[in-house]
Design a protein around this ligand. Structure first.
Ligand code: ATP
Ligand code: MG
Length: 425
């Protein structure tokens, strides 16, 4: 036998048994965002590398070590998108979508990061994201959080999620804080790990995002950004908290929450869960008022979030929220004997025209009725329609209920629709 070729590590197939939970999740996502009046945008999966360097920031985990970057045949450096915001902003500027206009957009699709694969962390993963342009908040920030909260409710996972909230203030406030943080870090330089030492000057706020427990311990005593906030930042954050209180959405203010990408200011938030172990963040977002201008557009306030669909499907599976997924087939058509094949295939076509919502599968490949009924069982059909020589000659069909205690019956083909209609009930 020839040597098998396997999928790339960290890049998963989504097998037929798994697609129903994905479809359910995607359908719910689409329904919820469209109930807020948001529009879909689709961007390419590959962009110029410098887009991500500029948008996400050179000194971030994503740009430093996680990007899939390669040279195109003509020598351009391209990158498989590690997230959706940069491409979305690029597209909006390029097509003039946000020039003096408000936009509320969403996207869904694969993202790529070269990370160590583990449960809930993959090299190709999927994000659903929302980006809103032209609004300063905090009203729109609150709406985005309400939208995510509604989604958890609709998915039945709201008791398993908590909202962490913080504000990063304006860029001027961050600059003042940054200086103070560097002074503090310099005093503790000896106890920092290599990564933190390196980031201390290039991007000190990033040190706050460290995963090292030892550095986290030291950071307990670091100055906090809060001390540098002016009235505007406080009013923005209080406004958001008041709206969330009014909406009955609980949150924990977490002053250590800085998010992994550089472009955020003012509001940042993460939804976390304990149901997934280490990879507990299912959704993260915040304001990025400087990014449109930074990428060459006119200064435009913006806010968005992205959620990881693998983590959500894992959660739905772990919490067994997918029991009620419909079977794959409603009607299985079995046929054997003179004229039955033609009659069966045509009957299936006719029924699909008359009842497009029904899933009708025909038995192909011949064999006796016993074998055909086994197939019907295997695909979890609700009823089997049996066409033998007698049925074909008399224009009848035998209806066998596979999952209800109802007697099998042979009826005229014309009497079939009322029976099929009961399947939908
Ligand atoms: P983490 O801290 O878990 O690495 P992050 O801050 O890098 O997350 P974001 O860039 O904010 O993640 O992406 C938003 C969401 O996308 C995350 O909250 C998570 O649900 C999901 N996500 C990010 N990276 C991965 C990955 N490698 N595999 C699966 N899902 C991911
Ligand atoms: Mg990450």
């Amino acid at each position: 036998m020839a040597k098998q070729i396997q999928a790339i590590r960290g890049m998963n197939d989504c097998l037929p048994e798994q697609t129903p939970v994905w479809q359910m999740l995607e359908t719910t996502l689409r329904r919820v965002v469209s109930s807020y009046g948001y529009s879909e945008i689709r961007m390419p999966i590959v962009e110029m590398t410098n887009l991500f360097q500029r948008a996400i920031g050179e000194v971030t985990d994503v740009v430093e070590k996680e990007m899939y970057t390669f040279n195109d045949r003509n020598g351009d450096s391209l990158t498989l998108r590690p997230e959706g915001t940069a491409g979305c902003v690029r597209a909006c500027i390029e097509h003039g979508l946000v020039y003096n206009q408000e936009r509320r957009l969403w996207y869904v699709g694969p993202m790529f990061r070269h990370e160590r694969p583990q449960k809930g962390r993959y090299r190709q993963f999927h994000q659903f994201g929302v980006e809103v342009f032209g609004l300063n908040g905090p009203d729109i920030d609150a709406e985005l959080i309400m939208l995510t909260a509604r989604l958890w409710r609709e998915l039945g996972i709201e008791q398993f999620t908590t909202l962490q909230l913080n504000t990063l203030g304006s860029s001027a406030e961050r600059a003042a804080y940054r200086d103070a943080l560097v002074v503090f870090l310099e005093q503790h330089k000896e106890s920092l790990d290599e990564e933190s030492k390196r980031r201390m000057y290039s991007n000190p706020l990033r040190v706050l995002d460290t995963k090292s427990p030892q550095v986290q311990e030291i950071l307990q005593h670091a100055p906090t950004l809060t001390d540098y906030f002016g009235e505007e930042t406080k009013a923005h954050f209080n406004g958001l908290k008041a709206l969330l209180d009014a909406a009955g959405i609980a949150y924990q203010v977490n002053e250590r929450l800085v998010r992994g990408l550089d472009y955020y200011n003012y509001t940042v938030f993460e939804w976390v869960t304990e149901s997934l172990g280490a990879q507990g963040t299912i959704c993260g977002g915040g304001r990025y008022d400087g990014l449109v201008e930074q990428l060459g557009g006119q200064a435009t306030p913006a806010v968005g979030f992205a959620m990881g669909l693998e983590r959500l499907t894992l959660m739905l599976e772990t919490l067994e929220k997918i029991n009620n997924l419909p079977a794959t087939v409603d009607v299985y058509i079995c046929m054997a004997g003179e004229g039955a094949l033609t009659a069966g295939l045509l009957l299936a076509e006719q029924l699909r025209s008359e009842r497009p919502q029904l899933r009708i599968m025909t038995h192909c490949g011949g064999g006796n009725f016993k074998k055909q009924m086994k197939r019907a069982d295997k695909v979890a059909a609700r009823i089997a329609l049996i066409l033998g020589e007698t049925e074909v000659a008399e224009q009848k069909v035998t209806v066998k209920f596979l999952r209800d205690q109802v007697e099998q019956q042979t009826i005229a083909v014309t009497a079939l629709l009322p029976i099929l209609d009961q399947l939908g009930e």
